[in-house]
Design a protein around this ligand. Structure first.
Ligand code: HEC
Length: 170
């Protein structure tokens, strides 16, 4: 009888400890999650959507962005000179990314990826129309492409993080 009681006692003790441990662990999980969310708020102080990238990711983005800026500068001079060949070549060069952007793509939300893709499609269309279209139409197409630079920069902001755990918000 005494032995049975002792066994029962130990089982009860084990259960209570087990439940306690599980609650402790799940509270720990919640706290870790909360800390991560606090450390990486969804928006930056100026209200833009924060994108958490590593230094490598940022280096990649900067490289592509400088390419955009240089390409646009080349195209804007070429439009003044009505130099269709240069417009074609500069726009065609911006058709595709440099192929190293997978990490960035995977961490970026859908809206960001769509804007990037749509900008590339615009450059592709500008390259295609450059041979024959009216210069005024080419200028309009370039201006419309540039509205995507504005749209992305005003909606998103890159924030650098050390470790590579930056995940897409959606
Ligand atoms: C899909 C989003 C997106 C689009 C579209 C976009 N950018 Fe950016 N751009 C960014 C992000 C994000 C950064 C910040 C990179 C960083 O500092 O980490 C940036 C930074 C830049 C920079 C600063 C680069 C540096 O080295 O600090 C320039 C210049 C730039 N963009 C030009 C352009 C131009 C010109 C276009 C349009 C032809 C364009 N961008 C379109 C997302 C975009």
């Amino acid at each position: 009888m005494k032995k049975a009681l002792a066994v029962f006692g130990w089982i009860l003790f084990g259960l209570i400890m087990g439940v306690g441990l599980m609650r402790f662990l799940s509270t720990q999980d919640d706290l870790t999650e909360l800390a991560a969310e606090t450390a990486r708020p969804e928006r930056t102080a100026d209200g833009r959507i924060a994108l958490y990238y590593t230094a490598d990711d940022r280096g990649h983005i900067s490289g592509e962005m400088l390419g955009f800026l240089q390409g646009l500068q080349t195209i804007s001079v070429a439009m003044v000179d009505e130099d269709r060949e240069t417009i074609h070549d500069a726009a065609a060069a911006l058709r595709r990314g440099n192929g190293q952007g997978m990490a960035v793509q995977m961490k970026s939300p859908e809206g960001f990826r769509l804007l990037g893709r749509s900008l590339r499609d615009d450059f592709s269309a500008i390259a295609d129309m450059s041979g024959t279209a009216d210069m005024a139409d080419i200028e309009l197409a370039v201006s419309s492409a540039m509205s995507k630079c504005v749209a992305c920069h005003s909606s998103f902001k890159a924030v650098e993080v050390k470790e590579d755990t930056a995940a897409a918000a959606n």
